[in-house]
Design a protein around this ligand. Structure first.
Ligand code: SF4
Length: 329
């Protein structure tokens, strides 16, 4: 069996920019937001693969493409050896049992009119796996596994009657109910109270071991990624700029953007003050990305070639890749 559960190759998602009919007629041009612009990576079975970057980097769009919640403009997504881009909607529905998502906002992703237990078990009915008492038993079991107890009582509650941490556990339970192989976790703890974030991460790690899961963990927070990820890819403006084993990337970051993100991570020590800030300026407009290296307008160490040629993602150490001209001179 192939070590890789997921293989992503040259994946692109360009969203057309909505303009008026007159404007299109005048300019005779259709513009696109290049949300994801040619990314390639593998996710190994049983690992936690992180996708990190600032808002607008394309990480969330990449996660949704992998589940085909949105259609790619170009590229391949190989899941368990099968290119899922070629599958029709019926085949994709079947496959979704094996790939689930945990959304950032548990309140928005739970049906407010459905009891928590029914919401968690809904997919069992949709896929014709279990109904009635059988469904209830399976849901109670999974609720207990994620710490939603007393399960029989919480089964009958509605989302607004639960705490933020309990709602996030319900969303995790719903993702697990079909015993998937892959879970795309999109900022899964970002909206949880600071006091329960570590508990939720510990829960996700424990469930991964117990259920033999593989995670694509999407986050803007490198401190959170450090806690859970085995490998990580840093995205900037639709491209991967650095990728490798977490310890290697955090210990020997090669790309100035990664270095800046890491330097801005808060340190839990009252005697230590961070002086670094995130790179100056904001992520440029993805409709017209900068020429050459997309990071060059914000890069403190840019050189002449940076605005002219886009650097390739090259190997800089064992299984460690980065895209920066300074690394190949
Ligand atoms: Fe900075 Fe140039 Fe490296 Fe881009 S290629 S990160 S602009 S030094």
């Amino acid at each position: 069996m192939n070590d890789n559960l997921v293989e992503v190759r040259d994946l692109k998602k360009w969203f057309p920019v909505q303009t008026s009919f007159i404007e299109t007629l005048m300019t005779r041009r259709l513009d696109y937001v290049r949300a994801v612009d040619g990314v390639s990576f593998d996710i190994k079975r049983g690992e936690v693969f992180g996708l990190a970057g600032e808002s607008g980097s394309g990480k969330t769009t990449t996660g949704r493409l992998i589940l085909r919640l949105i259609e790619p403009t170009q590229g391949h997504i190989i899941f368990n050896g099968q290119d899922i881009v070629a599958l029709n909607s019926k085949q994709m529905r079947e496959l979704r049992r094996q790939m689930q998502i945990i959304f950032q906002d548990p309140y928005a992703s739970l049906n407010p009119r459905m009891k928590i237990g029914d919401g968690i078990g809904h997919a069992l009915e949709i896929h014709g796996i279990a109904r009635g008492e059988d469904k209830r038993e399976r849901v109670i079991t999974i609720m207990e596994k994620v710490g939603l107890t007393p399960a029989a009582t919480l089964y009958e509650k509605y989302p607004h009657q639960l705490s933020g941490g309990q709602r996030q556990r319900a969303v995790i339970a719903r993702a697990l109910i079909l015993t998937p192989e892959l879970i795309v976790a999109d900022e899964p703890i970002a909206m949880a109270d600071v006091s329960v974030r570590a508990l939720l991460l510990e829960l996700m790690i424990r469930l991964k071991e117990e259920f033999g899961l593989t995670y694509l963990f999407i986050t803007h927070d490198l401190a959170t990624a450090k806690y859970i990820c085995d490998r990580i890819a840093i995205m900037y403006l639709g491209r991967i700029v650095e990728m490798g084993p977490l310890k290697e990337v955090y210990g020997h970051a090669g790309h100035p953007y990664t270095q800046a993100l890491l330097a801005a991570v808060p340190v839990p020590d009252p005697h230590f003050r961070r002086t670094a800030a995130l790179p100056r300026g904001e992520i440029p407009n993805p409709v017209n990305p900068p020429s050459g290296c997309r990071f060059h307008p914000r890069c403190p160490v840019a050189i002449e070639i940076c605005s002219q040629e886009e650097p390739e993602l090259v190997q800089i150490a064992d299984s460690h890749y980065a895209a920066c001209h300074l690394l190949t001179r």
